[in-house]
Design a protein around this ligand. Structure first.
Ligand code: C5P
Length: 244
């Protein structure tokens, strides 16, 4: 008899644990705690500067898919080179800034395309959630924050990018304009009553899924839990329930 299907498999596709740790040793220990429970982890600048490409390769060796979140923003040729190098590490997702413009986004998309079937998907960061409406004026942007997020997300899609990173509060506006398979990836996930830390506009995981998030990025609530695997499994159960 074939084994029973894993009831958390669909949810596992939706969760990314952010390995926001300072050393490759800590990140690999967390990777070992989580491998077998989650399928995907995120490596940001903090860990990448400590562990370099080697930490990415070692996480891939643990059987984890890696989301490389280095938010490239440079002239198209530089970004294309960086995306091609990221693809050669076997990462599954990577980020660029949508505000780098259409030519830069097209260069990123074309560069990963050369990796063939194993190509990473490119996500664009629209407006950093640390920025408020008032900050946009100082940057010379006159449209509202919501219009800026939607405009940059539409530019990303028109430029061949696979999805955007957005706040859970932006999902309701973006999902109808940018249907699947365009990916909406959201950090800022916190359970009711859970400490928000610096996430000012957080939502619980099931609510983010209901609003149309494809992937949820969760860091500290998993990393700081007494058992990381148990905390990740609890999130997977919640996601699974909201997927129905
Ligand atoms: O620890 P926490 O769950 O808040 O981690 C969220 C992750 O998502 C961090 O890696 C953070 O850099 C990232 N992120 C975010 N807000 C954004 C974009 C990325 O919190 N707008």
């Amino acid at each position: 008899m074939p084994p029973d299907p894993d009831p958390l498999e669909g949810a596992r596709e939706r969760l990314v644990v952010a390995l926001d740790l300072d050393t490759p040793q800590e990140a690999l220990a967390a990777g070992r705690d989580l491998a077998g429970t989650v399928s995907r982890v995120k490596v940001g600048s903090r860990l990448f500067l400590a562990g370099g490409p080697d930490v990415v390769l070692r996480l891939v060796d643990l059987g984890l898919r890696v989301f490389l979140d280095l938010k490239f923003h440079d002239i198209p040729d530089q970004v294309a080179g960086a995306c091609a190098r990221a693809a050669s590490l076997g990462v599954d997702l990577l980020t660029v800034h949508a505000s780098g413009g259409g030519a830069m986004l097209r260069a990123a998309s074309a560069a990963v395309g050369e990796a063939g079937a194993a190509r990473p998907r490119v996500l664009a960061v629209t407006v950093l959630t640390s920025l408020a409406e008032a900050d946009l004026g100082v940057l010379g942007i006159s449209r509202s924050l919501g219009a800026q997020v939607t405009g940059l997300a539409e530019l990303a899609r028109a430029s061949g990018v696979d999805g955007v990173v957005c706040s859970p509060r932006e999902l309701a506006a973006l999902r109808p304009a940018l249907p699947s398979p365009f990916l909406l990836v959201t950090p800022g996930i916190r359970g009711a009553g859970e400490e928000a830390q610096d996430q000012a506009r957080a939502l619980p995981a099931p609510e983010a899924v209901r609003r149309g998030a494809d992937l949820l990025v969760v860091g500290r609530p998993v990393l700081r839990a007494p058992s990381r695997a148990d905390a990740a499994r609890a999130l997977l159960r919640q996601i699974s329930e909201s997927l129905g």
